[in-house]
Design a protein around this ligand. Structure first.
Ligand code: SAM
Ligand code: SF4
Length: 482
């Protein structure tokens, strides 16, 4: 069983299902196989455990890797110590990713050396460090980057027949990773990657080096999977891609991203369609027009700006300037539905002056984001910004980060307080037993913690009235209590 980070509520953790079924004990959900292909019987049912670090795409990659293993007759376990095969799906977007992985790998060194465990390293650190991992941790048997996941059946076969130092490190691919079975770890929201890799070359970013070139998945295959998910009881789908809105259907149908959004939202049973992450450069008005027209398309857009300074955006190679970003934001703000906008910001990129930083602060004031993920710039291997001059000292980055976070906190408090008295539909996805509260998300992706006189409401859509607004979430009452 993999460790996931999307569901923050203990009640859900107990509900992770094995196989590609959403758990049948949740809300009104019923268990119907996502895939009709059953895992084969195996005499020696080997067990596996996947530990996942990083973004939603990594979480979903792990769901698909788990599907491949279940398809080979492996059994998921929820304790790393119990697993015959231990997989680390790693992230290298920031900080000392490689060191962390090596220190984690050390924990299982002796079990691996005693042939009690087979260890695999997947994801961005695997791609970045490559065969060097075997040198530093010789007890690792498989190193595979995400661009080679489609070869996993073959790589697992080599491991099963005693192969060691097995690698999947090709980056040059036009293929996407599709699985016959996908184990869904989130019972309420089904992730679905529609575009892999990235063709941008932002100066600070490892993704093009670790995930390979951009490649979109054929629309027929995406839509067939959404239909199976709807049949299995999922009502909310989240389309994923590093630049999800660059989607270009490689099949003759030729859907662009807005066309894909419309097609997914039309599928019977689908009530909510989310997507992340949108690149500002590929952001078109037709995405907003689609959201305006189709209630099933969620009114939330995550549109990372990275900096408010045109000079820094240019150094970052972001392909847009401050004014162009704000113009696209003004399209969103003039939509008929009030669309919530969230963003990412990098603080302390090389050469960022006080003046540049102030421009990021004034952009926050102008943009009025509903939430911002702010990161201190982290120098990454093989990226152009690694050798840029005028490095900002760590203490200065921390100082700027604290200022920015406080400014954004005030914006969020003010925005959330304005929502008091309004009623929103939430999909209930958690229970805080100690606080006597349920938790759900609005279509705009706000977290609403609320009380209700009803029991067993996980997975239901309910109308909840907001009674209080905090910086990061709302508090409310389910309408039946009023
Ligand atoms: N593809 C998305 C885009 O272009 O907006 C971003 C994907 S990246 C996985 C998520 C976020 O990590 C970025 O938006 C950026 O803010 C942050 N990030 C990426 N590289 C970074 C670095 N070297 N240092 C600090 N933050 C970084
Ligand atoms: Fe990285 Fe830029 Fe690609 Fe986003 S668009 S994944 S930040 S290179």
């Amino acid at each position: 069983m993999s460790k996931t980070f999307d569901i923050g509520i203990d009640a859900l953790r107990q509900n992770h299902g094995n196989g590609d079924l959403p758990p049948d004990s949740v809300g009104s959900r019923h268990a119907v196989p996502v895939s009709i292909i059953a895992p084969p019987e195996v005499s020696r049912a080997k067990s596996f455990y996947i530990e996942t670090f990083g973004c939603q795409m990594n979480v979903h990659d792990s769901e698909k890797v788990a599907g491949v293993l279940l398809g080979r007759g492996y059994r998921a376990v929820d304790d790393a110590a119990q697993a015959d095969l231990l997989l680390y799906n790693t992230c290298s977007i920031r900080e000392k990713a490689a060191q962390k992985v090596f220190s984690r790998l050390n924990d299982f060194k002796f079990a691996a050396k005693a042939n009690e465990k087979v260890i695999a390293v997947l994801g961005c650190v695997a791609q970045q460090e490559g065969e060097e991992i075997f040198e530093r941790a010789p007890w690792v048997s498989l190193v595979c980057g995400s661009a080679s996941y489609r070869k996993l059946p073959e790589l697992f076969e080599r491991l099963e027949s005693g192969g060691r130092r097995v690698t999947g490190l090709d980056l040059d691919t036009e293929e996407t990773f599709e699985t016959e079975i996908t184990r869904r770890d989130n019972p309420f929201r089904a992730y679905l990657t529609i575009i892999e890799g990235c063709d941008y070359s932002c100066a600070y970013c490892v993704v093009p080096h670790t995930r390979g070139p951009e490649r979109s998945r054929a629309s027929d295959s995406v839509l067939a999977e959404v239909r199976r998910l709807a049949d299995a009881g999922y009502t909310e789908i989240q389309l994923l891609g590093q630049t999800v809105n660059s989607y270009r259907d490689p099949s003759p149908r030729g859907l662009n991203f807005a066309g894909m959004l419309r097609a997914v939202a039309k599928i019977d049973g689908i009530r909510r369609v989310r997507f992340t992450t949108s690149h500002p450069n590929d952001f078109r008005r037709e995405i907003i027009e689609a959201i305006d027209e189709i209630p099933a398309l969620c009114d939330h857009i995550h549109l990372p700006v990275q900096s408010g300074s045109t000079r820094i955006l240019k150094a970052m190679r972001r392909t847009y300037n401050r004014e162009e970003y704000l113009e696209k934001l003004s399209w969103i703000r003039s939509s008929r539905r009030p669309i919530s906008v969230t963003s990412d910001v990098i603080i302390g990129f090389p050469g960022e002056t006080d003046e540049d930083f102030k421009e990021t602060l004034t952009l926050l004031d102008a943009a009025q984001f509903d939430s911002v993920f702010a990161f201190k710039y982290s120098p990454r291997p093989n990226t152009p910004s690694l050798s840029m001059p005028d490095v900002i000292p760590e203490e200065e980055k921390s100082r700027r980060l604290a200022i920015l976070q406080e400014r954004q906190r005030q914006i969020q408090i003010a925005r959330n307080e304005k929502l008091v008295g309004e009623t929103f539909e939430v999909l209930v996805d958690g229970r805080h037993a100690a606080r006597g509260q349920w938790s759900g998300r609005t279509t705009s992706n706000r977290i609403l913690n609320f009380t209700s006189s009803r029991e067993n409401i996980l997975g239901e859509y309910l109308q909840v009235r907001v009674t209080r607004g905090g910086p990061n979430s709302l508090v409310g009452e389910h309408a039946e209590l009023q």
